[in-house]
Design a protein around this ligand. Sequence first.
Ligand SMILES: N[C@@H](Cc1c[nH]c[nH+]1)C(=O)O
Length: 408
Amino acid sequence: MQPYPKPFLNIQEYDVQESFIQVLKNRFKQYGFNQVKTPAFETYDLYSSVQGTIALDDMIKFISPDGKVLVLRPDVTIPITQLAISQNDEFEKEARYSYILDVFRTSFQAKYGYVKTQAGVELLGNPHAEADMEVISLAIDCLLDLEFTNFKIEMGHAGVVNEILRMLSLSKEQEDQFKQLIISKNFTGLEEFLSRLDIEPSMKESLLTIPLLYGKPDEVLNKALSLSLTNKMTSALHRLKEVFSMLTEYGFRDYIVIDLGLISSMSYYSDITFQGYIENIGKPVLFGGRYDNLAEQFASPIPAIGFAYDVDTLLSARSNPLPVREQVVIRFDEQNISVAMQLTKRLRALHYRTILSNRNEGASGTYVITITESDKTVMYEGETEPFNSEEQLLLLLQSLKEENTCNR
Ligand SMILES: N[C@@H](Cc1c[nH]c[nH+]1)C(=O)O
């Protein structure tokens, strides 16, 4: 028989993933987001007909039994936009959705295939800077809840790079090259690239400086405003200023840096974009942005902003040791089956993770209780303690548990 492929996560890692997800879910709920689920199988048409969506060869496609081309959920933002439209004709009120879902793309160089778990939120129907700040502060609060402190949220604005691209009117190939130079913050390469284009000399400094600006929000934004080339660019920079000052008021100033060359892989972003980085982790743990022009491809325009954590990358950033899962194992002999069963039931009611295991072998546990004609004992870290009654046993377990928690 072929060996079964390695599981995604071992049992302890899975425990940590679950606890992370629980923390995220609680925060999402606290900010008023309602959890939803979008279908795992979607029609290829949903994506191929939308502009600025997932690259077609990034999707995992297959043919359904009735001959339709389907894809495995390549994104959650797009189906949630559709869901929101279908639930909310007028969109006078805002809607807040959250999700914990697997997303499939061929470009995911994930350890175990083309799948990543995303935990995200989408806030639709609110065009204001307060909505931007709500979503970004939620991203920060979640990281703090997970006990990360060494992280930064990089904020940029699709309007800045888009304005530059519009002014340069490049070919598709040149555009990719330009974006690549910005992503890699390659000043010399960018200088060379621009020198090959026919650009008014007065614009050159701005074109060379703005997309490479990175760092402290006040400094970066003031510098960019002094070099801004168009009204659109200026208003994009003012929006970043406004959101930054709100985040400052909320107490999150130190977590923000500005990256005016932030280019996201999702081309539906129209305004503010952001990514979250944890120290020593080479790739972002979260991606987000405003996508005000997406909904109009299905219905009328709906302003919207959201983000998603890449849960696997978030897990890889965890520095605490994996917690030991406590469990009680109850061993018994034939004469004591019903005593053992009663005790198991009682311990489970008291929220002990309890395994009823016969005789001498079987499961291992943090606390091993033996109930036989000759012995009534609890074993913990190699030490064996006798007990006479159930009440005494419960007190004993309680004190061992406290000792165990203090020692950690
Ligand atoms: N769907 C985006 C993340 C996002 C959620 N909402 C807005 N952006 C992604 O997969 O990168």
